[in-house]
Structure formats: structure tokens, C-alpha cells
Design a protein around this ligand. Structure first.
Ligand code: UDP
Length: 495
């Protein structure tokens, strides 16, 4: 669509994209950014300072050089500097972002405009629009105050979004906060919540984004998401979502009624792969906060199709040593080969330390059949024919990547909207099986066996193959997702 590029150039369009500073947000925002750049918009990509410095340490001094019309800048998130290569505390980040970032972001935009005004070559452009991660609600507020077009980017699932949106209603109906800690285990979380249009009427409190599991009316995360969903529904000109139309058809009417015009552009890892010109100057940009290891891919090569379990709990999950051991024994006892990504900060000890060693008898039991890594190229691993099942925390990127590769899932949701994703995978889409929160080795072993070779596993593979087909069609070159992105550019960003 050369005409869009011409229009973007004629209107001197310049989008500032600001992801929430965690891997699961930075990666899809980068995909969106490179696609906008390929359509002729100038792009400024805003990392927080911790991630900016971490990316330079992990990926090298040139990693954030960008390209003509595509630049990276860093913004203070209000927290003390963090130079450890570990995941930042989600609660502290959300609080700081919510309460402190608006003035700094407006200053950043003023600085970009001043640079453009001072550029005698005329190449640099003043900022014309903001594409802010929905969690970065200050981006929408700033854009409104400055008279810029503004788009909210929801990087997670639509089912999760509807759950968060209804937090206010749970409060109004007295379902939140919990009356006491006992409600976490006395069956209260099984209370059905039939107030969300288009979601199942037997949805339970435990299926909703996890911050409902709290006795504190003033809980930061609960209130953060009330603010996020209110801001995106009232201030944004449009909403971009990393999903594909067919997956969320049953939820779209209800969602459309609550939010500004929605543009589904996913799965973004495929939309970007299929629609970015081969010679794109941004094609080589990677923003993984960890250095990826290629060994798991080589280890998978030559193994029989669908013979390996892939285990990865994403970038933020933290588990106890006890849970880690239950997973390890369950996997070892299942008899299948497995690739397991164990981040250095995946396991927290009671004392907060994260030094963890598997006991020798377990290492021996796993030895010949396992490959442990600390960060692997997940999309490629899932696409490897040797992978049969994905044991996942159910983060949205992992879910989309697994669907796109046609791999059914065994789910152990950790936090945020992961329980909602898990519910949808298990009962609405039929592509997942859940491991209960307090994990036991026997359950891990039995569920892995069923998912790999049981009847349920066969059915899940059939369902996920159908969804995969829709995902590939949506994200193909010039497919529905790219058409939606082009409409967003035409109808919103250049309007
Ligand atoms: N990821 C990866 N290698 C790993 C672990 C994770 O490439 O070893 C990527 C994964 O492909 C996904 C992202 O990190 O794109 C994790 O996002 P997700 O939404 O699944 O979970 P989160 O980390 O936000 O909990």
C-alpha cells in the first residue's frame, strides 16, 4: 500500500510508542512499531531507563541504534535505578507509572518536538500521535492534553480485558474485596460471576484476572486496572489488540460496546514476519531482555515429531522451591523428553534468595531426556516439529505463539489475566488442560501424558490446528490483520 506511505510522509506522521516495561509488552509493541515504520511513519520507541540500559548490556552497544525514522529513547519510570538483569517488581512499577509518569512523558514529547524544530535538514518530524500500551494510561492523558491522536494498545487477551473492565462492577456488587484470607481457600473463589456480557455464565471469580484475590479495597493492582480500563475506554481514539478476529468473535460485540473502535492485528509475531519487507531496515531489531540460547533448538533437531514437552513460564512467573520440585518430578516421571527454560529468578526461596539446585537424584532421573536453558527462542522452539505440548503459565504472547504453531497447552496460570486465558483455553477453545495452583507431581505426570498421547490430547490438537489455520490466514501478507492495521493508520493515525 504505497499510498499509505505517501500519506504518512505528506502528513509528516510521527508516532511515539510506549510499552509497559516488561518483556511480554515490549516484544509485541516492537512488532507494531516496525510495521508502522514500514508504512512510512516515523517512530520513537520509549523504553524505561532500566530496560534501555539492560538491552544495551544484553544485546550490545549498537542494539538501540534504530534506523532512519526509527529511534529509541529512554524515560525514567520513577523507580530507583535497577542495574540487575532481573524482572522489575510489577506492583512497584505499576504504582510508579500510574502516579508519576505523565509530566515526564509530556516533557519527552516536548523534547522530540524541539529536536524536530531544530533539525535544519527537515528530516525530523514533530510528534503527531501516541500509541500507548494500555497499562501506560499516562500516554493517552498526555496525547489528549497535547492535542495528538491517541491509540491504546492492549497487548493481552480480550477475555482478560473484559475481566479487568468489570472490576468496578465486582466492587459495586460486593464480590470484591474478599472478606478474609480464608476466602482464598474456602470455595469462595468458585462463586459464579454472571455479570459480564458474552462471557460464560458459569465463569468463576477464580477465572478472572488474579487481583480479585485480595482483601484490600485499596489494592494497587486492582485499582490500577480500574484506572487503565476506564482511561482506555474514555480517552483513546482507537484500540489495537494483539489477537485475530476469528479467535475472539464471540467476545467482540460486547467489547466493541465498551471501547473505542477496535483493530485486531495479531498474532503480531506473524503479522510482522509476513508483512515486513525483506529489506526493512528494522528487521534485525530484537528487544529480548535475555540473551537467547540456540542449544534447545539443536537438541530438538532429529527428535521424533511431537515427542517433546516444552516448558516455559515466561518472563515474570516466580514459584516456590516446592512447586519447582513437583514440576520437575512430574516431568521426569512422565517419561517424555522435555525442554525446560529455567530463568535465574524463576524460583524464590523463603528467604527471598533465588539460588536453586535440583537434587542429584532428580538430575539423574532427567538427565538423558531433558534440556535446560535460561532463555530460548520460544517462537522457533514452538514451531519445531519435535514439540508436542507446551507447559505454560498462559501469558498471552505464549498462548498466541502456541496457537500459531498448533501446539496444545497444559496451563499453570500465575497472575494477571493468565487464569482467564487458562479458562478460555480449557473450556471455550478446547486447547488446554489446567494444573491446579498447588501443583503435585502426580497431576503433572498424568496431565502431560493425557495431553501428549491421550484422547483429550488428540482433541486438543485437532482444535488448535483449526485455530492455527485461522491465525495464519489472518496474519498472512496482506491478510485481515494487516488490513486492520492499514485501516488504523488511515482512519486514526493519519486522520
Ligand atoms: N520468551 C522467549 N524465550 C523464553 C521465554 C519467553 O522468547 O525463554 C518470550 C515469549 O516468546 C513471549 C514472551 O517472552 O513472547 C513472554 O510473554 P508472555 O505474554 O507469554 O508472558 P510474560 O512473560 O509476560 O508473563
Amino acid at each position: 500500500m504505497g499510498s499509505l506511505a505517501a500519506a504518512a510522509s505528506e502528513r509528516r506522521a510521527h508516532a511515539v510508542l510506549v510499552p509497559y516495561p516488561a518483556q511480554g509488552h515490549v516484544t509485541p509493541t516492537l512488532k507494531l512499531a516496525v510495521l508502522l515504520h514500514a508504512r512510512g511513519l516515523h517512530v520513537t520507541f520509549v523504553n524505561n531507563e532500566s530496560n534501555h540500559l539492560r538491552l544495551l548490556r544484553t544485546r550490545g552497544a549498537r542494539a538501540l541504534d534504530g534506523a532512519a525514522g526509527f529511534r529509541f529513547v529512554a524515560m525514567d519510570d520513577g523507580l530507583p535505578p535497577c542495574d540487575a538483569d532481573v524482572t522489575q517488581d510489577n506492583w512497584a512499577l505499576c504504582h510508579s507509572i500510574w502516579k508519576t509518569c505523565l509530566p515526564r512523558f509530556k516533557k519527552l514529547i516536548a523534547g522530540l518536538d524541539a529536536d524536530a524544530d531544530a533539525d535544519v535538514s527537515g528530516f525530523s518530524r514533530r510528534v503527531t500521535c501516541v500509541v500507548a500500551d494500555s497499562n501506560m494510561a499516562f500516554g493517552l492523558r498526555a496525547a489528549r492534553e497535547l492535542g495528538l491522536r491517541c491509540v491504546t494498545f492492549w497487548t493481552a487477551s480480550i477475555c482478560g480485558l473484559l475481566g479487568y473492565y468489570h472490576y468496578q462492577h465486582l466492587l459495586d456488587r460486593g464480590l470484591f474485596p474478599l472478606k478474609s484470607e480464608a476466602d482464598l481457600s474456602n470455595g469462595y473463589l468458585d462463586t459464579t460471576v454472571d455479570l459480564i456480557p458474552s462471557m460464560p455464565t458459569d465463569l468463576r471469580l477464580r477465572d478472572l484476572p488474579s487481583y480479585v484475590r485480595n482483601t484490600d479495597r485499596d489494592d494497587i493492582m486492582y485499582n490500577f486496572f480500574i484506572d487503565v480500563t476506564t482511561t482506555m475506554s474514555t480517552l483513546a481514539d482507537a484500540m489495537v489488540v494483539n489477537t485475530f478476529d476469528e479467535l475472539d468473535t464471540p467476545l467482540m460485540d460486547a467489547t466493541t460496546a465498551l471501547f473505542p473502535p477496535i483493530y485486531n492485528v495479531g498474532p503480531l509475531h506473524l503479522t510482522a514476519r509476513n508483512n515486513l519487507p525483506a529489506d526493512s531496515p528494522t528487521a534485525g531489531i530484537v528487544l529480548n531482555l535475555w540473551k537467547e540460547q540456540e542449544e534447545p533448538l539443536r537438541w530438538l533437531d532429529g527428535r521424533p515429531p511431537r515427542s517433546v514437552v516444552y516448558v516455559n513460564f515466561g518472563s515474570t512467573t516466580v514459584m516456590s522451591k516446592e512447586h519447582m520440585l513437583e514440576f520437575a518430578w512430574g516431568l521426569a516421571n512422565s517419561g517424555y523428553a522435555f525442554v525446560w527454560n529455567v530463568r535465574s529468578d524463576l524460583v524464590k526461596g523463603d528467604d527471598g534468595s533465588d539460588a536453586f539446585q535440583l537434587p542429584p537424584e532428580l538430575t539423574t532421573a532427567m538427565e538423558a531426556r531433558s534440556m535446560l536453558s535460561t532463555w530460548c527462542p520460544q517462537v522457533k522452539v514452538l514451531e519445531h516439529e519435535a514439540v508436542g505440548v507446551f507447559l505454560t503459565h498462559s501469558g498471552w504472547n505464549s498462548t498466541l505463539e502456541s496457537i500459531s504453531a498448533g501446539v496444545p497447552m497444559v496451563c499453570w496460570p500465575f497472575f494477571g489475566e493468565q487464569p482467564t486465558n487458562c479458562r478460555y483455553k480449557c473450556t471455550e477453545w478446547g486447547i488446554g488442560m489446567e494444573i491446579p495452583g498447588d501443583v503435585h507431581r502426580g497431576e503433572v505426570e498424568a496431565l502431560i501424558r493425557e495431553a501428549m498421547d491421550g484422547e483429550k490430547g488428540k482433541e486438543m490438537r485437532r482444535r488448535v490446528a483449526e485455530l492455527r489455520k485461522s491465525a495464519l490466514i489472518s496474519a498472512q501478507c496482506g491478510g485481515r490483520s494487516m488490513q486492520n492495521l492499514d485501516k488504523l493508520i488511515d482512519q486514526v493515525l493519519l486522520a
